[in-house]
Design a protein around this ligand. Structure first.
Ligand SMILES: *[C@@H]1O[C@H](CO)[C@@H](O)[C@H](O)[C@H]1NC(C)=O
Ligand SMILES: *[C@@H]1O[C@H](CO)[C@@H](O)[C@H](O)[C@H]1NC(C)=O
Ligand SMILES: *[C@@H]1O[C@H](CO)[C@@H](O)[C@H](O)[C@H]1NC(C)=O
Ligand SMILES: *[C@@H]1O[C@H](CO)[C@@H](O)[C@H](O)[C@H]1NC(C)=O
Ligand SMILES: *[C@@H]1O[C@H](CO)[C@@H](O)[C@H](O)[C@H]1NC(C)=O
Ligand SMILES: *[C@@H]1O[C@H](CO)[C@@H](O)[C@H](O)[C@H]1NC(C)=O
Ligand SMILES: *[C@@H]1O[C@H](CO)[C@@H](O)[C@H](O)[C@H]1NC(C)=O
Ligand SMILES: *[C@@H]1O[C@H](CO)[C@@H](O)[C@H](O)[C@H]1NC(C)=O
Ligand SMILES: *[C@@H]1O[C@H](CO)[C@@H](O)[C@H](O)[C@H]1NC(C)=O
Ligand SMILES: *[C@@H]1O[C@H](CO)[C@@H](O)[C@H](O)[C@H]1NC(C)=O
Length: 755
């Protein structure tokens, strides 16, 4: 039963994730030892999503990687000398062994260290047929736990037929102490299994296998562990072995090293540049260099801005050298980096057209809405930069991600903290609002970078956490006008009603006046399009009434599952485009997996309304598992898959680079799997054929759109100071009431699983 289910999974995966395996497209500019493109090595298959060494992990890795990718198997031996693929010599790390055999725990000395656990050597292959694979890394999904059996080395060959097979032997000395011979196993297996690479961190192991595989035998790769660790068979540190590559070359044709051997990090997680000379030195000694430790779902050096493609490129396409292979838990990202994004000039032709719209500038890398965040967004290739307009108490419009300065500046540590007030129209908590300070007071504040994933201990670019300064809307507009690459600006206006009624500040007028002052209204800039955005239709109606020169963008910030035709008709009356949130396109189950795709984009498109989607971030915790912790896969699925017209992003670089990637299909060609959009619901259906029971997102109706007109500007009086007036307090807008009946259609895939 297990095996047939697994097989079906793979068959269906192949159909759903359709695309064609392209031959290597990139030409001979590789600075590898051979001149060929670097090898993609899938550690335990696609172990970033599926249990390490499972059939689905191997099958999926093969499907979604570049042609020729190697599948990596950590070989362990059972009591009866069978070779299995499993990430550790202790089974309890990533399987159900503890539940199946609760009393089979033992203690062994492993390389001199007393170690407790369920060891493979205490189980026969037959014993293991009842044990199923689990995730080994707790931050990964447990949805695939307990389904897939442990595979032997031979199983992987017969079931998956790897194009290239890499066997890693981590513990030969330990098995030898237990009178089990890894070399005998490998030599006998090589009669039926095609082995392309054998790696090990033990020097003596290579002496045992030297010359025993014949002329076309596997390549031998020596694995370096931590620099201070002792190599168990020579009792030298890996660092000392590294100092004599000529010695390594006597028994191996390549080395496998952790990333830090080439690009070390300092204590603050920044790269220490320039890179070490290891790759050039090894190439000089005739050794290939493979690099381990590539995962998408862990913090990477700040230099990469949480973008795993940038990390790969710094190892394979840095202008000075390329490593010969990368060992990855997410081979789809390695494949795309090598085949789609390497050797791309910054001026490479755009392959796909959509708007890259910044969110508070490049706020993933600098404090939001500062001059530095905007400069970076422009430099990174944003098409549109955005200003969220706020008003100072003296009526100056400026850009700030929030009307409340307390979380986006150091204001809480200044004497202005006393101006904290309670404004129920804005928030149920106290805040220190922009309209309580003059512009010159605001200019004395230090902006702070936003850290939305602080709870995960993930912090953005700490070196620049207080860099840059806030700028006036007029400065923002001049900056944009000056740029040759921008096609537009997006000006977002919120809380206009409160500001008019209670603060006597007319933000609509302030924006229009500033546009006129900076030459946007009289055609002195024709190429920079102005878009005015609001979540309140009455604000956009007001803008339209006063000037027809500017485009208007209606933002629907609620999660919606559908949108009524009458709502779209209404929107068309005052808006030229619509912004929706990501989950209104791909709703999520338990925040972890995509359930389906809504028809919201399609319906808006039918009415000729472009759709921009918010908010794209690079941090893997911002994405559902479906996108493999890879922001490029996410962008691709929204742009090529759902057909959206713009991404609103805190990391414009990643979105702009995606546009130029050379794997995007033309009308005639289908993109390779690693650049194919992920079918919505694929993974949820794979594990859970029952529709999720949670309430679906509501339908957006015309009731949600229509608002009374903006009130007149009221001169600010002492009695209407913030915090004192509770009359007219507005409850935060609630989502529409209509419930969408759940209609998760079981896909072919899911129904096959029920067999
Ligand atoms: C399993 O082993 C890996 C690699 O050594 C480790 O990172 C992980 O935390 C372990 N998982 C469990 C559940 O012990
Ligand atoms: C391995 O074999 C040797 C010699 O036959 C024997 O002395 C030793 O006890 C065995 N060790 C184990 C762990 O079985
Ligand atoms: C290995 O070398 C270290 C330091 O050189 C020494 O302390 C240790 O005892 C040695 N271990 C063995 C097993 O020889
Ligand atoms: C490096 O290794 C080679 C080959 O084993 C050996 O001949 C040479 O003496 C070693 N050099 C040093 C400095 O240890
Ligand atoms: C390339 O090598 C040069 C000269 O060694 C060095 O200055 C530069 O930083 C290197 N660039 C990269 C990207 O490694
Ligand atoms: C890219 O294009 C810009 C403007 O067209 C030009 O100034 C720049 O030199 C080009 N860069 C490269 C690397 O070709
Ligand atoms: C501001 O930060 C505090 C503490 O970090 C947090 O509880 C609060 O939700 C934040 N407020 C906003 C508006 O982000
Ligand atoms: C516009 O560009 C010019 C020339 O690059 C520069 O001198 C000027 O300071 C820029 N103005 C603004 C507002 O950025
Ligand atoms: C447009 O207005 C700006 C600012 O008022 C002015 O400097 C500019 O000369 C005007 N351009 C035209 C073409 O009228
Ligand atoms: C939108 O503006 C109108 C005034 O034009 C106001 O009555 C309404 O409450 C506003 N809606 C929201 C959600 O703020």
């Amino acid at each position: 039963m297990g095996a047939s289910r697994v097989l079906l999974c793979c068959v269906v995966l192949i159909q759903l994730f359709a695309g064609q395996t392209d031959a290597q497209r990139s030409s001979s500019r590789w600075q590898t030892l051979s001149g060929d493109a670097p090898l993609v090595i899938a550690r335990g298959g696609f172990s970033g999503l599926f249990p390490d060494s499972s059939s689905i992990a191997y099958g999926f890795a093969k499907q979604t990687s570049v042609a020729g990718a190697a599948l990596w198997c950590d070989v362990q031996l059972t009591k009866d000398g069978a070779g299995i693929c499993f990430p550790d010599l202790k089974l309890n790390n990533a399987s159900t062994v503890e539940d199946v055999y609760p009393n089979r725990q033992k203690t062994y000395s492993v390389n001199g260290v007393s170690t407790q656990g369920w060891f493979t050597i205490d189980f026969s292959l037959r014993d293991l047929s009842d044990v199923k694979l689990n995730r080994g890394i707790l931050s990964r999904s447990e949805k695939f736990n307990g389904i897939y059996p442990i595979l032997t080395v031979e199983d992987v060959t017969t079931q998956i037929k790897p194009e290239s097979f890499w066997l890693n032997v981590q513990y030969d000395a330990f098995y030898a102490q237990q009178n089990l011979s890894m070399s005998s196993f490998l030599i006998s297996a090589s009669r039926t299994v095609s082995i392309d690479y054998i790696s090990s961190p033990e020097v003596n192991f290579f002496k045992k296998i030297a010359g025993r595989f014949g002329r076309n035998g596997p390549s031998f790769v020596f694995q370096f562990l931590g620099k201070e660790d002792f190599e168990p068979t020579t009792n030298r540190t890996y660092d000392s072995i590294l100092s004599n590559l000529t010695f390594v070359k006597t028994f191996a044709s390549g080395i496998l090293v952790p990333k830090s051997y080439i690009l070390p990090l300092d204590d603050n997680q920044y790269l220490v540049l320039p890179p070490k000379s290891l790759v050039l030195d090894a190439h000089k000694a005739g050794l290939q260099v493979y690099v381990s430790g590539f995962v998408n779902d862990n913090d990477i050096a700040h230099d990469y801005s949480s973008d795993p493609v940038s990390e790969y490129l710094s190892f394979v396409d840095n202008g000075n050298f390329s490593v010969d292979g990368v060992l990855s838990d997410f081979p789809i990202t390695a494949s795309a980096s090598i085949d789609c994004f390497s050797h791309l000039g910054r001026n490479a032709t755009k392959q796909v057209d959509f708007l890259v719209i910044s969110k508070n500038g490049a706020s993933g890398e600098y404090p939001g809405c500062t001059d530095m965040a905007y400069d970076k967004a422009i430099k990174d290739g944003a098409d549109v930069i955005d200003c969220s307009v706020q008003m100072s108490s003296d009526g100056k419009p400026f850009c700030s991600s929030s009307i409340d300065l307390s979380n986006i500046t150091n204001i809480a540590q200044t004497s202005f903290a006393q101006r904290s007030t309670h404004v129920p129209e804005i928030s149920s908590n106290d805040g220190i609002y922009t309209f309580s300070l003059t512009w010159s007071e605001i200019q004395t504040l230090k902006p702070a970078i936003s850290n939305p994933y602080r709870a995960y201990n993930m912090f953005r670019n700490p070196n620049e956490k207080n860099s840059g300064k806030f700028i006036l809307l007029s400065e923002f507009l001049s900056l944009a006008k000056n740029s040759t690459s921008l096609s537009g600006v997006l000006i977002s206006v919120e809380k206009a009603v409160y500001l008019r009624e209670k603060q006597g500040l007319d933000v609509v007028k302030a924006v229009l006046d500033t546009l006129t002052e900076t030459g946007y209204s009289n055609g002195s800039t024709t190429k920079t399009k102005v878009m005015i955005q609001s979540t309140n239709s009455s604000v956009l109606v007001d803008f339209k009434k006063q000037s027809s020169k500017y485009e208007t963008v209606y933002k629907v910030e609620e999660k919606i599952g559908d949108i009524s035709d009458s709502a779209i008709e209404d929107i068309k009356k005052f808006a030229n485009a619509v912004v929706i949130v990501k989950t209104s396109v791909f709703p999520l189950f338990d925040d972890g997996f995509i359930i389906r795709q809504t028809n919201v984009v399609e319906k808006l498109h039918k009415s000729k309304l472009p759709v921009y989607v918010e908010l794209f971030q690079n941090e893997f915790v911002s994405q559902p598992f479906d996108f493999f912790s890879d922001p490029t896969v996410e962008i691709n699925s929204y742009v090529s898959g759902a057909g959206i017209d713009g991404t609103i992003t805190e990391f414009p670089f990643t979105a702009a680079r995606y546009k130029r990637n050379r794997c995007l299909g033309t009308k005639e060609t289908i993109p390779p799997q690693y650049m194919s959009p992920v079918p919505p619901g694929l993974f949820l259906n794979l594990v859970n054929a029952i529709p999720p029971a949670q309430a679906p997102n509501p339908v957006f109706t015309d009731d949600d759109v229509t608002e009374p007109p903006l009130p007149p500007v009221t001169a600010k009086s002492p009695t209407s100071a913030p915090g004192t007036s509770f009359t007219n307090a507005q409850a935060p807008r609630s989502s529409g009431q209509t419930r969408l009946t759940l209609s998760l259609r079981l896909s072919v895939f899911a129904s096959l699983l029920l067999l």
